[in-house]
Design a protein around this ligand. Structure first.
Ligand code: ADP
Ligand code: MG
Length: 473
């Protein structure tokens, strides 16, 4: 940094920053492990401190984006912990020695390789075919780290099958679908890693549908669509993530359709993910939808408590911090939306424990995750409410929407409507619809009736409160 020795203050300051940077790097290295560090972080350079901001540079846009989104928060937290007044970290690109394309080639060639072989591979191995279009693979997303449970066992089995025997009849294309954060991208990367390991010469390209579109548009602009087509059609395995992005993008869909046909006809494997099944992806051209549904369609369902528990246990095992079973159960119980959020919560606990050297307890977890937990409190669904209330009063779930009016089912139904109003943001007509198409005045009546009863009957009030608490946790 300060290359003139004339200002001793600047020198000391620079030296202090350099030392801090070395510590930040080595802490991050310890946290993420050697393979990940070498794949993504090794080429980071501290190019300066700008007021409260540390400027970190990487040699390619891919690496920059990856580091920003995956390690940005950790870099910032570690810098802040140094106590030198750095509050933000700006991750930028800067040309590296050896050219900027090297970053991507490096990350493609090196991902997941044992570290000793990594160095040697970088020099010799040319990037695989199709690689100049592909996004880097996440070294964390392998079959080994994928926890299998009821909701994802079918999708997982299909992914395994495709990885073992690409382009098998009946499995081409493999269409994976499910809600956000349930493991679609993870499974796709896992396929890529497994194929790469078993068949090192196999050319593959993984990219999001969005990237596909941008690349296609860029090729159109640069008038080299031929090259774009050729590159894509030269791969043995093409994976397009989040296909729903192509809805309404007619030209790109058309291009994808042709690529798709060319590859399938040539006996190459295609894996596609989306948030809905092919038949539900309205807005996609019919002929494309039909072809997408021709191979194997596998859905990933919402997580169950058991799966969340297993995932947390697996992830906590490698954390280097003791996470008490009670905390794990608490998280599995509370954070039900998707695996990404579950993981995010756990990572935050781990980072906190590392940073402050304090053990994780139920109390500290509640404190550290307060914002996440609060957001989840608002996300109780009407179905959950109906199920819990039906269970509690020992009536059938179907009675929540049945026409039966006997007191024995009518009262629990009213309680469920009351809780739906209290705990969700649904409107009265919406709630009515979910309770067997009842009118919104019926819901309104239920809400005020339950409130009245709660005011006059302490035991009943306690019952409803108990239900509310169960639903909120
Ligand atoms: P999607 O692509 O479906 O939105 P991702 O594949 O990105 O979801 O998954 C989100 C996060 O959750 C990732 O970090 C992924 O590793 C993790 N994850 C999802 N499902 C599992 C699973 N079954 N086992 C382990 N980790 C999982
Ligand atoms: Mg994804």
């Amino acid at each position: 940094m300060a290359d003139e020795a004339s200002d001793p203050f600047q020198d000391t300051q620079a030296a202090r920053m350099a030392e801090a940077w070395a510590r930040v790097r080595s802490r991050l290295r310890a946290e993420v492990g050697e393979v990940e560090y070498r794949t993504w972080l090794r080429q980071m350079t501290l190019s300066g401190i700008d007021g409260e901001e540390a400027v970190v540079t990487l040699p390619s846009r891919f690496l920059r984006d990856w580091v920003r989104s995956h390690y940005g928060d950790r870099l910032r937290a570690l810098w802040q912990a140094e106590g030198l007044g750095v509050k933000r970290v700006d991750v930028r690109t800067a040309p590296a020695v050896g050219g900027s394309a090297q970053g991507l080639a490096d990350s493609l060639a090196r991902c997941g390789e044992p570290s000793a072989r990594v160095e040697a591979a970088a020099e010799e191995a040319p990037p695989p075919r199709g690689a100049d279009l592909a996004a880097p693979l996440d070294p964390r997303f392998t079959f080994k780290t994928f926890v299998v449970g009821k909701p994802n066992e079918f999708a997982h089995a299909c992914a395994r099958r495709v990885a073992e025997a690409p382009a098998s009849p009946g499995f081409n294309p493999l269409f994976l679908y499910g809600g956000v954060g349930l493991g679609k991208t993870h499974l796709m990367h896992a396929i890529a890693w497994a194929v790469r390991e078993a068949r090192p010469g196999c050319a593959m390209a993984y990219m999001s549908a969005e990237t596909f579109m941008y690349r296609f548009i860029a090729a159109l602009r640069a008038e080299n669509t031929m090259q774009f087509k050729e590159t894509l059609r030269s791969v043995d395995l093409l994976m397009i993530d989040d296909l729903q992005f192509l809805i309404g993008k007619d030209n790109t869909q058309e291009e994808f359709f042709h690529t798709f046909n060319a590859l399938v006809d040539a006996g190459k494997q295609i894996v596609v993910s989306a948030d809905k099944s092919p038949s539900d992806l309205s807005g996609l051209e019919d002929r494309l939808r039909t072809r997408l549904g021709c191979g194997m369609v596998a859905d990933i369902h919402a997580t169950t408590y058991e799966l969340r528990l297993s995932i947390l246990q697996a992830k906590a095992a490698g954390a280097g911090v003791e996470i008490p079973p009670r905390v794990i159960e608490f998280l599995a119980h509370k954070i039900t939306s998707n695996v990404r959020e579950l993981e995010g919560a756990l990572n935050r606990l781990i980072a906190h424990a590392h940073l402050f050297g304090r053990p994780v307890t139920l109390e500290s977890a509640q404190e550290v995750l307060r914002d996440i937990l609060r957001a989840h409190d608002r996300r109780v669904t009407i179905e959950e409410i109906q199920r819990k209330v039906a269970e509690h009063y020992n009536i059938r779930l179907t009675d929540m929407s049945s026409a039966r009016r006997s007191r024995q089912v009518a009262r629990p139904r009213q309680v469920a409507m009351y809780l739906a109003k209290q705990l969700t943001s649904r409107s009265l007509p919406e709630i009515g619809r979910r309770f067997g198409n009842r009118d919104h005045t019926t819901v309104l009546h239920a809400v005020s009736r339950v409130a009245e009863l709660m005011a006059s009957d302490a035991a009943f009030a306690e019952d409803v409160e108990l239900l509310r608490r169960m639903l909120e946790t």
